[in-house]
Design a protein around this ligand. Structure first.
Ligand SMILES: *Cc1c(COP(=O)(O)O)cnc(C)c1O
Length: 426
C-alpha cells in the first residue's frame, strides 16, 4: 500500500517542479520521499499518514516558540479580523520598528519586507547606493537568499570576481561579487589592500547556518569590522537566521560587533512572512522616498504577519528564555556526542543558542572546505534512521538544526535514545 505521503509527492511532482516550493524540501540530498505535514503543536509534528515527529527544523528557525503557540495564534486571529492587509501604514509597524531598535540597537532605522531574500537584496542595493560603489564581498558557504548578485561562486583565481552559481544569472551581474573563504582574515586583508576603495559592502552570516553550523573566529569578525571602517565599506550582518536565535540581540550582541546594516527574517515573523533590513540612519536615508535608492512592497509590514512577529518577539523576552534554550540545545548536543562515542562513530557537534550543528567528522569544521570533508553517506544513513524513529532533522548534511522553547527534557531524552540506535546501525 502506498502511503498518503507518497501519493501527495507523486501528484505534486506533476504540478510543482520537483514537487516542492523550495528545493531542500525535496530530500534530494538524503534520498527518499519528503514528508508532507498536516499539523504541528509545540515540539511535535504530524505527517499526512498521522506519524508523529519531534521537529528539529522548526521551519528552518522561525518557530522558536514551537508550533501553534496559543498566544501567537490568538493574536493572529484577532489581527486577521481587523483586515488582512491595508497597503498603508499601521501603528503595528512602528511598534515593530521600536522593538527591533531596542533589541538590535545598531538598527537605528529599519524597513520591513516579506522575506530574508528581499531583506538582503535590498540591503545590498542600499549599500551600493550609499557608497556609489558596485563591488561586494561574500563568503563561500554562506547563503543570503536567491537574489542574482548573491547566487555567485568564486572565480578561478584567489581574487578574481565570481561566476554565477545558478543558471539564469548574467555573468555581468556575478562579476561584481567576490567570494572569499570564511574565517580567513589574511584573504580579507589582501583583498582590501588591493581593492578596498571599490568595495561597497561585505555581507556575511555572523554565525553560519547554511553550510551546517560554522562558528566565526572572533579575530575574523574584528578584522572585518576594522577593514570595513577603514575603507568606507558597509558591513552587513545577515542575521536572517541568527537574529533572535543565537541570543536575543543576535550574533552582534553575542560577539560585541556593531555592523553598519543588519538583515532579519525567520524568527522576526514567528512563522509568517516578515523580513527586515536596517542600520545606520545616514545609510538608511538613501532609501526612497527620502533618497535615490528604490525599494517597495505591496505586502510589506502586513498587519497579520507583523502581529505574529511582534507577539513572538514579546514572548522571547521572558527572563531566562535564552539561558534555557541554550542549555537545552547544549544538553542535546552532549547526549548526541556521547551516543556516537559509545558506538565508536567519528562525530562532532556544537551549538550556539538554539541553533546546532551535527558533523560526521572528528572536529567541528570552521570553513566550507572543512565542512566538505564530513562523511555525507554516514549522515544520510543517520538521517533516515532518525526519521524512522520519529526525529525530524534537516534533510541534508549541510543544514543547521533548531531547538524551540517547546522542546521538553523528555523530547531531548527520546532524541538521544533514537540517536544511540542510529549510530549503532552505521
Ligand atoms: C533563510 C536565509 C535567507 C533567506 O531568507 P528567505 O526568507 O528564505 O528568503 C537569507 N539569509 C540567511 C542567512 C538565511 O538563513
Amino acid at each position: 500500500m502506498t502511503s498518503r505521503n507518497q501519493q501527495l509527492f507523486e501528484k505534486s511532482q506533476q504540478l510543482i517542479p520537483g514537487g516542492v516550493n523550495s528545493p531542500v524540501r525535496a530530500f534530494r540530498s538524503v534520498g527518499g520521499t519528503p514528508i508532507f505535514f498536516k499539523k504541528g503543536l509545540g515540539s511535535k509534528l504530524w505527517d499526512a499518514d498521522g506519524k508523529e515527529y519531534i521537529d528539529y527544523i522548526n521551519s528552518w528557525g522561525p518557530m522558536i516558540l514551537g508550533h501553534a503557540h496559543p498566544e501567537v495564534v490568538a493574536a493572529v486571529q484577532q489581527a486577521a479580523a481587523n483586515s488582512l492587509s491595508f497597503g498603508a501604514p499601521t501603528g503595528l509597524e512602528l511598534e515593530m520598528a521600536e522593538l527591533i531598535n531596542q533589541l538590535v540597537p545598531s538598527m537605528e532605522q529599519v524597513r520591513l519586507v516579506s522575506s530574508g531574500t528581499e531583506a538582503t537584496m535590498s540591503a545590498i542595493r542600499v549599500a551600493r547606493g550609499f557608497t556609489k560603489r558596485n563591488k561586494i564581498i561574500k563568503f563561500e558557504g554562506c547563503y543570503h537568499g536567491h537574489a542574482d548578485a548573491l547566487l555567485v561562486k568564486a572565480g578561478s583565481g584567489l581574487l578574481t570576481f565570481g561566476e554565477p552559481s545558478s543558471a539564469g544569472v548574467p555573468p555581468e551581474v556575478a562579476a561584481h561579487t567576490l567570494t572569499l573563504n570564511y574565517n580567513n582574515s589574511q584573504m580579507l586583508k589582501d583583498t582590501f589592500a588591493s581593492m578596498g576603495e571599490e568595495i561597497a559592502c561585505v555581507i556575511l552570516e555572523p554565525v553560519v547556518g547554511n553550510m551546517n553550523l560554522i562558528v566565526p573566529h572572533r579575530e575574523f569578525l574584528t578584522t572585518l569590522r576594522e577593514l570595513c571602517s577603514q575603507h568606507g565599506t558597509v558591513l552587513i550582518f545577515d542575521e536572517v537566521m541568527t537574529g533572535f536565535r543565537v541570543a536575543l540581540g543576535g550574533a552582534q550582541a553575542l560577539y560585541g560587533i556593531r555592523p553598519d546594516m543588519t538583515t532579519l527574517g525567520k524568527v522576526i515573523g514567528g512563522g509568517l512572512p516578515v523580513g527586515a533590513f536596517g542600520g545606520r540612519k545616514d545609510i538608511m536615508s538613501v532609501l526612497a522616498p527620502l533618497g535615490p535608492v528604490y525599494q517597495a512592497g505591496t505586502l510589506s509590514g502586513n498587519p497579520v504577519a507583523v502581529t505574529a512577529g511582534l507577539t513572538t518577539l514579546k514572548l522571547i523576552q521572558a527572563p531566562g528564555f535564552y539561558e534555557a534554550l541554550t542549555a537545552k540545545t547544549a544538553q542535546l548536543m552532549d547526549g548526541m556526542k556521547q551516543a556516537a562515542h559509545k558506538a565508536g562513530v567519528t562525530f562532532s557537534a556544537q551549538s550556539v543558542g538554539g541553533m546546532f550543528g551535527l558533523y560526521f567528522s572528528a572536529s567541528n569544521p570552521t570553513s566550507y572546505a572543512d565542512m566538505m570533508q564530513a562523511d555525507k553517506n554516514a549522515f544520510n544513513h543517520f538521517f533516515h534512521s532518525m526519521l524512522n524513529s520519529g526525529i525530524y532533522l534537516g534533510p541534508s548534511a549541510f543544514e543547521a538544526g533548531f531547538v524551540s522553547s517547546a522542546h521538553t527534557d523528555a523530547d531531548v531524552a527520546q532524541t538521544i535514545q533514537a540517536a544511540e540506535q542510529a549510530f549503532a546501525s552505521l
